[in-house]
Ligand binder design. Structure first.
Ligand code: PMP
Length: 406
């Protein structure tokens, strides 16, 4: 298939047309959250205008339409990720998804002496739940270290996979460095040793074709709002055997077959893990986001973002005193940097006045920044709808801001 006309694609994103502080917006904060195309916004709007009803409860027409659309979104998302819909738990995002694994899979199984292996480059969402499990079970956390370039040290990782290790938590793509981890190889090594793998796919699924079945992990977590979908949507994929063996996490309506005061019969997975009224509008929007990304073609999205990254990296390389974090060859379009003598927050604040949106701070990855010995970085993260002209405007704004900061 031919690559999309990216100038036309950009027109699908109304927010990108706005101004900020009287300047045209340059939105380079896509790793934080992505913008939404009119197709997704329209689908959410249409649900509320035409068939707002609860799912799986009412026999009336609206209830059926809403349920079909909600379950249809699950089916689309499953096909998109190459997994079975019956193994896809819909939830509010990666944070919920990983906590579900922590509370329902890990908490009942781990014990003192067990080890949870966590990579240095994890987002707090893939660190803190494991610390909570460790505190309650007596298990300990072991860190899988990285190289200065920002790659996982694979030799060290293999060595760290000792018999005490029961679970490995690793990001598919780092939200700070952009590093694409070889999760397929890592999961193969873990599987050989009987280690359960939890892959955080938040930053991978929006930017490249992800085939969960091919990765061979035990759990894979995704978030909808970074992949053109609404906030408060996401999913956990897990192998059927795990889902069947896991107790429910939250109890309530929607997740039961039968309730009496003597006891409750739970629904089968995935509904067993979906207590209460879900984010129906959000998942209908997410289903349309999947259609949208598929219509672009993930191979084209990856190529486009690769070109933008190459241009951006070359331009940043010309700036004196700029230090880049994460310089591995296989990298998503996420660039963390610092400029000598300037505070990250000052840079981001002054860039905002130029209409440029980036993130500054620790990016929910304190241990990673501790490794580099810095308190904060600036992070610019690009998406397919960004342009080469925006990169030029970013660089011009950065040069202006550098002069202001002396
Ligand atoms: N993991 C990674 C790598 C992320 O980038 C994010 C989002 N910043 C999360 C987890 C958490 O996602 P959410 O807040 O949508 O649950």
């Amino acid at each position: 298939a031919v690559a999309p006309d990216w100038d036309r694609v950009r027109l699908d994103f109304p927010l990108l047309m706005r101004e900020v502080h009287g300047k045209p917006l340059v939105y380079f904060d896509n790793a934080n959250t992505g913008q939404k195309p009119v197709q997704v916004i329209g689908a959410v709007d249409e649900y509320y205008r035409r068939y707002n009803a609860n799912v799986s409860r009412a026999v009336h027409a609206l209830g059926t339409e809403a349920t079909d659309a909600y379950e249809g979104a699950r089916t689309k998302l499953a096909r998109f990720l190459n997994v079975r819909a019956s193994e896809l738990v819909l939830c509010s995002g990666t944070t919920f998804a990983i906590n579900l694994v922590a509370y329902s899979w890990a908490l009942p199984r781990l014990k003192a002496g067990d080890v949870i292996l966590v990579s240095r480059m994890e987002h707090h969402a893939n660190i803190v739940p494991w610390q909570l499990v460790a505190q309650r079970t007596g298990a300990t956390i072991r860190v899988a270290e990285i190289t200065p370039e920002g790659a996982l040290d694979l030799d060290a990782l293999r060595k760290a996979m000792t018999p005490e290790v029961k679970l490995l938590a690793v990001a598919h793509v780092s939200n700070v460095l952009g590093t694409v981890n070889p999760v397929r190889e890592i999961c193969r090594e873990a599987r050989k040793r009987g280690i359960i793998t939890v892959v955080d796919g938040s930053q991978a699924v929006p930017h490249r074709k992800v085939d969960i079945a091919a990765i061979g992990c035990d759990f894979y977590a995704i978030t909808g709002h970074k992949m053109c979908g609404p906030t408060g949507t996401g999913a956990l994929w897990a192998k059927r055997e795990h889902l069947d063996a896991m107790p429910p996490f939250l109890g309530g309506g929607e997740m039961i077959k039968e309730v009496s005061f003597e006891g409750t019969v739970f629904s089968d997975a995935p509904h067993k893990f979906e207590a209460g009224t879900p984010n129906i509008a959000g998942f209908i929007g997410l289903g349309v986001a999947v259609d949208y990304l598929e219509s672009l073609g993930l191979e084209h999205v990856e190529a486009r973002e690769g070109e933008l990254l190459a241009h951006f990296t070359e331009e940043l390389g010309k700036i004196d005193g700029l230090r880049m974090f994460g310089t591995t060859p296989d990298k998503a379009a996420v660039v963390s940097f610092l400029i000598e003598g300037a505070h990250a927050h000052d840079l981001a604040t002054l860039l905002d006045l130029e209409g440029v949106a980036i993130r500054s701070g620790q990016h929910c990855a304190h241990p990673l920044l501790q490794y580099y010995g810095v308190a904060a970085t600036c992070r610019a993260s690009l998406a397919f709808y960004n342009t080469h002209a925006e990169i030029e405007r970013f660089i011009a704004a950065l040069n202006k801001v550098r002069k202001l900061l002396g």
